[in-house]
Design a protein around this ligand. Sequence first.
Ligand SMILES: Nc1ncnc2c1ncn2[C@@H]1O[C@H](COP(=O)(O)OP(=O)(O)OP(=O)(O)O)[C@@H](O)[C@H]1O
Ligand SMILES: [Mg+2]
Length: 527
Amino acid sequence: MTHRVDARALAGLQREISVSEFFARNRHLLGLDTPARALLTAVKEAVDNALDACEEAGILPEIRIDIAPRGERAYLVTVEDNGPGIVEDQVGRIFGKLLYGSKFHELRQSRGQHGMGIAAAGMYGQLTTGQPTKISTRTGKSRPAWEFLLSLDTTKNRPIVHRRQRTDWTIAHGTRVEIELEGQVQRGPHSVAEFVRQTAIANPHATLVFEGPDGERIVHRRTVRARPPRPRPMRPHPHGIDLGTLVSMTTRTRCRTLATFLQREFSRVGPTTASAILRRAGLSRRAATTPRGLTHAQAAALHRAFGATRISAPSAACLVPIGEDVVRKSLEARLAASFCTAVTRPPAVYRGHPFQVEVGLAFGHGGAVDEDRADASATVLRFANRVPLLYQAGACATTQAVVATSWRRYGLQQSHGALPTGPVAILLHVASVWVPFTSESKDAIADDPEIARELRLALQECGRRLAHHLAHVRHAREENERRDRIASYVPHIAAALQEILGLDDEVRDGLVSRLDATIDRRRSEAA
Ligand SMILES: Nc1ncnc2c1ncn2[C@@H]1O[C@H](COP(=O)(O)OP(=O)(O)OP(=O)(O)O)[C@@H](O)[C@H]1O
Ligand SMILES: [Mg+2]
C-alpha cells in the first residue's frame, strides 16, 4: 500500500529558507565551487569593493593583495585599500549578511551589483576552515581604527560579532579584509596574478601590489593619475522597465498625480513626454487618477504606452568608460605591442539600461602578444565595469562577438567558428548600470542583441585599423626588399661606368657611396 501524505502533513514541512542557507548550499552560483575558483573569487570580491569605495570617495586607489599559505590546503587572503573606510556600525551587516549593500538600488556603473560578494566570500571561508573574517577599518585620521572578528549565522542570515575593538592601525583611512579559506593556487589564465594584471590594465589609475604564496611580489604602478569621473545615479528609464516594477513603483510613490509621478520617478520624462504617454495610455483625461489608484488594466496600458512613445535615450552620466586614449596607453604600457588601437562606442541602451562598449586591440611583439606564437589563438581580455572576467569565456557575449567577426578580412587567420590566430590581444569592455551577467557569480555577459551589435561595430572598427596597419607594414617591407635588390646592383653599375668612362677607383668608390646613401635615405623616409 502506498503511503500518502495529506496537505496538512505537507503544510507542517513548509519552512522559510534563509538566503544564506540557500547560497551556502548553492555556492557554485557565486563562483565559490572549487577551492581554486574560490580563492580567486574571494580576491576578486574584495578588490572590486576596494576599487568601488576608492572611486566613490574620489581617492586614487592603492590596493595590496596578499595570499599566504595556512596549513595544507588553506590560505589567508588579505586585501587592504586606502579607501574611505567603513563606519563601525555597518561592518557587521556588510561582512556578515548576504544581500546587504549600497549599490543594488542605485542605477549607476559600479563593480558591485548584488550586495553579497564579500559576505559570501567570508561565509565560504567560515564553512571550509571554521575561521571568522577579520576586518580592520578606519574612516579618518581623527577617528579611531576598529578591528572586527565576525562570522555569518547562516540560518538567520545575520552577523555574529566575536570581537569588536579599537586598534592602533596607523593608516589614515582604509579597510583591510582577512579571510582564511580552503583554496588552491592556480597558475596561468585563471590565476590571481593574471586577475591582478588584467585589473591593472582596465584600471590604470590604480596601484596594485600582489604578494603570492611563494613569496612572489608584483607591483603594478598606476600609469595615469587622473581619477575616473564619478558616475551619477540615474532614475529608471521608461523603455525596458517591467510591468511588475512599474506597479510596485505606483504603490510606493508619494506623487499625487500621474504626470508628476512620470516626471519625478523616471529619467528623460518631461511635461511633454508625460502628456504624450498619458494620452497614449488613455489616461490623460483622468487627471484625478492617482498613481496608487491605477487599476491593473490601467497600469498595463501605461506600460504599453511607455514602449510606444519616443523618449530620449538615458543620459550617459551614469557610465564611466575607460576611454580610447587610456585603453590604448594601458595596452601599450602593459603589453609592449607594436600596434595598439582602441574604440569607445557612444552610449547605447539595452532593456532601458544605458551601456557602453569599448574594444582595444594590440598586435605584435612582447608580453601576451608574442609574435612567435603566430598560430596561437588571439588572447581575449574580457571586462565588465572594469572587472576582468576569467571564467566562462565561451558563454560570454564578448567572446562570441570576437568569434563572429570575420578577421580574415582584416589580415588575420581564422577558422570557422573560432577565435582569430596570431600575435594579437583583444580587450573588450562592457560598462553598464546593470550588466546582464549569466549568473550571480558574474563570470560572463549574457547574449543581448543591442550589446552584441555594439561589440560587433567596435570590433570591426579595430579590425579596419589593424588591416590598415598591416597593409602599411607590408608595403614598407616590400619597399625595403626592392631597395635591397637595387642596392645589390650598385657596385656592378659603378664598375661598368668606370670601364665605359675611364674613371679612376676613387671616383668609382665615391659613386658607390653616393648611390648607397640615396637608397638608404629613401628607405628611412619610407619607414
Ligand atoms: N573596502 C570597502 N570599503 C568601503 N565600503 C565597502 C568595502 N567593501 C564593501 N563595502 C560596502 O559594503 C557593501 C557590500 O559589499 P558586497 O561586496 O557584499 O556587495 P556589493 O559590492 O554591493 O555587490 P556585489 O555582491 O555585486 O559585490 C558595498 O555595497 C559597499 O557599500
Ligand atoms: Mg562587492
